[in-house]
Design a protein around this ligand. Structure first.
Ligand code: HEC
Length: 631
C-alpha cells in the first residue's frame, strides 16, 4: 500500500469508530461516545473527540460517583464504555456499571485459586455482546455483556509454569487476541487468536522461536528458549485495514543474566507484526537486544501517520525512550528519552551495576496518546533507577526467575508526563510528578491531557502548554485507566484510584473507580462531596469460582485466607515465594509473629491494618501464610 492510500485508510478507520471526521465531530456530543477498548481504538491513539470539558471549565469538574470495587490488591485495569454501560475489572472480578451514576448492573467473581500466578488484570475486550478477559491462572473467559453469564472459559496458559493472562485482550471480526504474561516467571511466551463465539484456538505464535522458526538463531544456546520469557501483559494494537496485529513483547528470562542466554534473544523487547488472520510473522522491530535490565515492551504500540502520510509505529519502552519506526522501511525515525537514562555498564554484574531506568521504570503498561490535529504524542513515565546484581538462580517451576535481584530505594521514584512532536520526536513540554505516572494518558479534543500519579493525584493538563489546568486527589494510587466518554451528550471522565502493587506501583488506597463530570459552576468545589454517590461493593466472596463448589470448614477458612492474601501476593508472590516483599515460604516467623508483623510492619512493608484489613482478616491471612511454608 502506498503512503497516500494509507493515510486515507487511517482516517477512514477513525471515522468508523466515531462516525465522523473533523466536520462531524461537533455532533458527536449529541449522542453516546464510548471507549471501545483498553486503548480506546484498535490503533491505540487514546485521543477522544469529546470537547465539553476544556481548560477553561475543567476547574468545575467534580465527582459524580465512586465505587469501591471490593477486592484489595492491584487495580491496573482501564474501564471500557459501550453505550451507557461501563465495564471494569479487578484481578478476580468483572463489573458492569451504569456509566452515569456507577450503579451496579451485574458483577461476576471468578475467585482466587491456589494456582494463581499473579493477581492482576488490565481489562476487558468487547465484541458483539460479549466481553473477554484473562485470569491470574491463565484462562480466557467470555461473558455475556448483558448479564455477566459465562459463555465459555478456556485454558490459555499453564499456571504451573508461571503462565497467566493479565493483558486486556482485543477483539475484532469474530476473533479475540490474547497473549501469555509471565516473562519474569521464566515462561516461553506466545500470542493466540481465539474464536469469539466458542473459545476455540485459531492460531498461536511463539514470541520466543525455536528450531526452524525465524529468529531461533538469536538464541545461541537452544535450551535457553524453554524459559526464554517474551510474555505480553498490557494490550495489543491492530491495523484493521492491513489486518496486521502489533504485539509488544516482554523481556527475556532470566531477567538479569544475559550470559545465560547469549544472542539477541528475538523476539523479546520487540514489536512483532503478525497477519491477524493466520498469525504468520510479517516483520519485527527489536528495541533492546540481549537485554539484562528487564527493558520490556509492555504498552501497546501506537499506529499513526507522519505529515507525509508515511505510516509509523510508535513504541514506548521500559528503557525510558519513545521510538518511531517507519512501517514501510522498518527504519527508526526518532528515539527520544522521556525519563532519566544512564547506565554504568553494559550488563549487570555480581558487584552491581547502577542503571536508570531500573526494572520498575520507564514506560510501563500504559502507553502514549496521539493527537493528530496538533501532531503531538503524550506519554507518562516512571523515573526510578536501580542497582542490578546478577548471579545464579535456580528455576522453581511457577516461581519468579530474575537471575538474582536488584536493589532500589523506592522513595526516589518520580514521574514524568512528556509531550513530544510526533513528526520529529522533539519534546514540547514536560511535567515532573512527585510519584511515578503509570496511569492511562488520554488526550481530548477539548484540549486536555488527562492522567494520574501514584500519590492519588488526578491531573488535567492544558494540552498546548503543559500547564496543570486542574488537579485533585482521588484518595488512592492511580495505576489503571484514566479515560473519557459521553452518555446522552454529557462528558464524563473515569479514573481508577487505589492500588497495592509492587513497591513503586502504588501502595495507597482501596481499589475504586471514580467518575467525574462538570458541575454547575456556582456549586463546584463547595459541598460537592455531599452529592457524590458512594457505592461499596461487598468484598469478593470465595464460593463462586468456576471450578469451586460449596466449601466447608477448613477449606472455607483456607479460602478466606487466600482471598485476603491477594493483597499480599502483589509483593510476596502468589505462593509466598517472594518478589518485592520477603520470601514467606522460608520466613522463620510463627503464626503470632506474622500477626504482630502485619499489624505493625517495619521497613518498606506497607501498613494494611486496621484498614483495609480487619483483625479477622489478619488472623486468617496469617494462618494461610503458614500453609505456604516449605518444610
Ligand atoms: C507493597 C508490598 C507488600 C505488601 C502488599 C505486603 N508486604 Fe509483607 N513485606 C514487604 C516487604 C518489602 C517486606 C520486607 C520488609 C523489610 O524488612 O524491609 C515484607 C515483610 C513481610 C513479613 C516479614 C517476613 C520475615 O520473615 O521477616 C511478613 C510476615 C509479611 N511481609 C507478610 C505480609 C502479609 C501477610 C501481607 C498481606 C496481608 C503482606 N506482607 C503485604 C512488602 C509487602
Amino acid at each position: 500500500m502506498n503512503s497516500c492510500s494509507r493515510k486515507t485508510s487511517l482516517l477512514l478507520a477513525v471515522a468508523v469508530l466515531y462516525g465522523g471526521g473533523g466536520s462531524r465531530a461537533a455532533t458527536a456530543q449529541s449522542r453516546d461516545v464510548g471507549w471501545a477498548m483498553y486503548n480506546m481504538s484498535y490503533e491505540g491513539i487514546r485521543s477522544s473527540p469529546l470537547n465539553e470539558i476544556n481548560p477553561k471549565n475543567v476547574q468545575n469538574l467534580r465527582s459524580v460517583c465512586r465505587v469501591k470495587l471490593g477486592e484489595e490488591g492491584t487495580l491496573m485495569a482501564s474501564p471500557v464504555v459501550i453505550g451507557d454501560t461501563l465495564f471494569m475489572t479487578t484481578a478476580h472480578s468483572t463489573v458492569a456499571l451504569d456509566a452515569t451514576n456507577c450503579k451496579l448492573i451485574w458483577r461476576f467473581v471468578d475467585a482466587a485459586t491456589p494456582a494463581d500466578v499473579y493477581a492482576v488484570n488490565r481489562g476487558v475486550a468487547y465484541l458483539d455482546g460479549r466481553l473477554f478477559r484473562g485470569t491470574p491462572d491463565g484462562r480466557l473467559v467470555a461473558l455475556s455483556s448483558d448479564s455477566g453469564r459465562v459463555l465459555w472459559n478456556v485454558k490459555a496458559g499453564d499456571p504451573a509454569k508461571g503462565e497467566f493472562t493479565a493483558s486486556a485482550p482485543i477483539a475484532w471480526q469474530g476473533t479475540v487476541f490474547m497473549g501469555l504474561a509471565g516473562s519474569d516467571w521464566g515462561i516461553r511466551g506466545r500470542v493466540m487468536a481465539f474464536d469469539a463465539k466458542t473459545g476455540r484456538e485459531k492460531w498461536r505464535f511463539w514470541t520466543v522461536p525455536t528450531g526452524n522458526e525465524p529468529g531461533a538463531e538469536t538464541w545461541h544456546i537452544p535450551e535457553s528458549v524453554t524459559h526464554g520469557g517474551g510474555g505480553t501483559w498490557s494490550s495489543y494494537t491492530l491495523d484493521t485495514l492491513t489486518q496486521e496485529l502489533f504485539v509488544p513483547v516482554g523481556n527475556p528470562s532470566p531477567d538479569f543474566t544475559p550470559a545465560s542466554r547469549p544472542g539477541d534473544n528475538l523476539f523479546t523487547n520487540s514489536v512483532v507484526v503478525l497477519d491477524a488472520l493466520s498469525g504468520a510473522l510479517k516483520w519485527w522491530y527489536q528495541v533492546s537486544p540481549a537485554d539484562g535490565f528487564d527493558y520490556d515492551l509492555a504498552a501497546a504500540p501506537v499506529l499513526y501517520s507522519a505529515k507525509s502520510g508515511a505510516a509509523r509505529v510508535l513504541i514506548a519502552s521500559k528503557d525510558g525512550h519513545l521510538y518511531a519506526v517507519e512501517r514501510g522501511t522498518h527504519k527508526l525515525t526518532f528515539k527520544t528519552p522521556i525519563t532519566t537514562v544512564s547506565r554504568a555498564g553494559p550488563v549487570p554484574t555480581a558487584d552491581g551495576v547502577h542503571a536508570c531506568p531500573g526494572p520498575l521504570g520507564g514506560v510501563e503498561w500504559n502507553g502514549p496518546a496521539f493527537d493528530a490535529t496538533s501532531g503531538t504524542l503524550y506519554v507518562g513515565a516512571v523515573d526510578f533507577c536501580a542497582t542490578y546484581l546478577a548471579g545464579q538462580q535456580e528455576l522453581v517451576a511457577g516461581g519468579m526467575y530474575f537471575g538474582t535481584r536488584t536493589s532500589q530505594a523506592s522513595d526516589s521514584a518520580r514521574g514524568w508526563l512528556t509531550a513530544v512532536d510526533a513528526e520529529s520526536g522533539t519534546p514540547r513540554w514536560q511535567f515532573h510528578a512527585p510519584t511515578p505516572i503509570v496511569a492511562g494518558v488520554t488526550h481530548t479534543a477539548g484540549g486536555l491531557v488527562l492522567t494520574g500519579d501514584l500519590k492519588g493525584n488526578f491531573y488535567a493538563f492544558d494540552a498546548a502548554t503543559g500547564k496543570v489546568a486542574y488537579q485533585t486527589n482521588l484518595g488512592g494510587a492511580v495505576a489503571g485507566g484514566v479515560m473519557t466518554y459521553a452518555v446522552r451528550g454529557r462528558q464524563y471522565i473515569a479514573a481508577s484510584a487505589g492500588n497495592v502493587g509492587r513497591a513503586t506501583f502504588g501502595v495507597l488506597g482501596s481499589p475504586s473507580l471514580v467518575v467525574m463530570a462538570l458541575g454547575p459552576p456556582a456549586r463546584a468545589g463547595r459541598g460537592a462531596g455531599a452529592q457524590v454517590a458512594e457505592i461499596a461493593l461487598p468484598p469478593i466472596s470465595t464460593g463462586t469460582a468456576l471450578s469451586h463448589g460449596e466449601l466447608g470448614g477448613a477449606d472455607q477458612e483456607r479460602a478466606t485466607g487466600l482471598r485476603v492474601y491477594q493483597v499480599c501476593a502483589a509483593c510476596h508472590g502468589a505462593r509466598g515465594e517472594g518478589g518485592v516483599g520477603a520470601n514467606l515460604q522460608t520466613s522463620t516467623l510463627g503464626l503470632g509473629g506474622i500477626i504482630a508483623y502485619v499489624k505493625a510492619p517495619t521497613g518498606s512493608m506497607p501498613k494494611l491494618y486496621p484498614s483495609p484489613l480487619s483483625d479477622a482478616d489478619v488472623a486468617s491471612v496469617a494462618s494461610y501464610v503458614m500453609t505456604l511454608r516449605k518444610p
